[in-house]
Design a protein around this ligand. Sequence first.
Ligand SMILES: NC(=O)c1ccc[n+]([C@@H]2O[C@H](COP(=O)([O-])OP(=O)(O)OC[C@H]3O[C@@H](n4cnc5c(N)ncnc54)[C@H](O)[C@@H]3O)[C@@H](O)[C@H]2O)c1
Length: 385
Amino acid sequence: MSNRTRTIGIIMNGVTGRMGKNQHLLRSIVPIIENGGVQTSTGESVMPDPILVGRNPDKLAALAKESGVEKWSTDLDSLLADDAYEIYFDAQTTDRRVDAVTAAIKAGKHIYCEKPVASTTSEALALCKQATSMGIKHGVVQDKLWVPGMLKLKELIQSGFFGRIFAVRGEFGYWVFEGDRQPAQRPSWNYRKEDGGGVMMDMLCHWRYVLDNLFGKVKAINCLGATHIPKRWDENDKPYECTAEDAAYSTFELEGGIIAHFNSSWCVRVRRDDLLTIHVDGTQGSAVAGLRKCFMQSCDDTPRPVWNPDIESPLNYFDDWEEVPDRDYDNAFKVEWELFLKHVCNDEPFSWGLLEGAEGVQLAELGMTSWEKRAWIDVPELVVS
Ligand SMILES: NC(=O)c1ccc[n+]([C@@H]2O[C@H](COP(=O)([O-])OP(=O)(O)OC[C@H]3O[C@@H](n4cnc5c(N)ncnc54)[C@H](O)[C@@H]3O)[C@@H](O)[C@H]2O)c1
């Protein structure tokens, strides 16, 4: 085992934004540095050496001060030409991803980026092809796989608790304020199609890897979108027309006959365990996972409801669920960053790359096709030619 430390330069673009700043910089890279880097299987420590990139020097200087990461720059081209940086990370708005990632691949950088990787499947596949031909390593954010609730679900699945799983119900969403009564909690571009917005592209990318990794490959989709709130107010209090859908109601057929249904909405008031809940039914048991907690009910614990709306229910349907115990969990984005850094520096396995990113875009795109055509659409396997 070695005690060496390897420093790896990371260009971090889009870090003044919501995800780039909070999840990737402050909750992933900064704590990794504070922990002394990531240890690979050979005992080597990989120490990130990030540089913050953006357009606005004032914002970058303030972020540098807040995060303790000293280096920042507005000159992406020079950094791409600089061998001191081996990884390019992108958390810009979705519509800027393809151009920036293409330039970084051409410059021979390893790529790590937010989802969606592109706005169309063909662009996403082209990125994958270029990355493969350059022989670089690549990763795409699939954070939900490492949130505690999903890890607990995975444990239950692997233990055989469910018997045969036949249905998965995902409920995602919360009320995003329109921006007049109080500021919106999400950026206004999310609600403009022309700026890469829309809940389908945003959320179906997530459902693709959650379903594929936990339950079975997605084989077909039926999806209906809607723009329930037609007018919102932007970051400068200016009203604008919402041109992108703010809700998507989608049903999926999975390999193995499992039926999944996910509602994704930015206009729903929450009365459930969490902002995302996934309810899984199997022959031997059921479970409901939120972002952190997960509750299970085995066959033996299942109550015997009898339909009678004329009396108050004698059963409290929340009583017969047992909480899946907690373990130690780290921030989901940080966990994936650590896996990616070990993949780049020590060739450790990492199976969430640009092809899996493209599959997410594909599902979102087919969701839109299904909505337009009012039809079930098969999901073909993606191949990089
Ligand atoms: N993994 C997840 O759970 C998750 C959640 C939300 C968003 N996202 C994705 O992360 C990405 C960023 O989303 P966000 O919510 O942080 O958005 P945001 O609007 O808060 O941040 C966008 C970033 O892009 C930069 N940017 C925008 N226009 C630019 C331009 N013309 N030139 C240069 N830089 C520009 C902004 O300065 C900012 O740094 C999106 O692709 C989004 O889909 C992922």
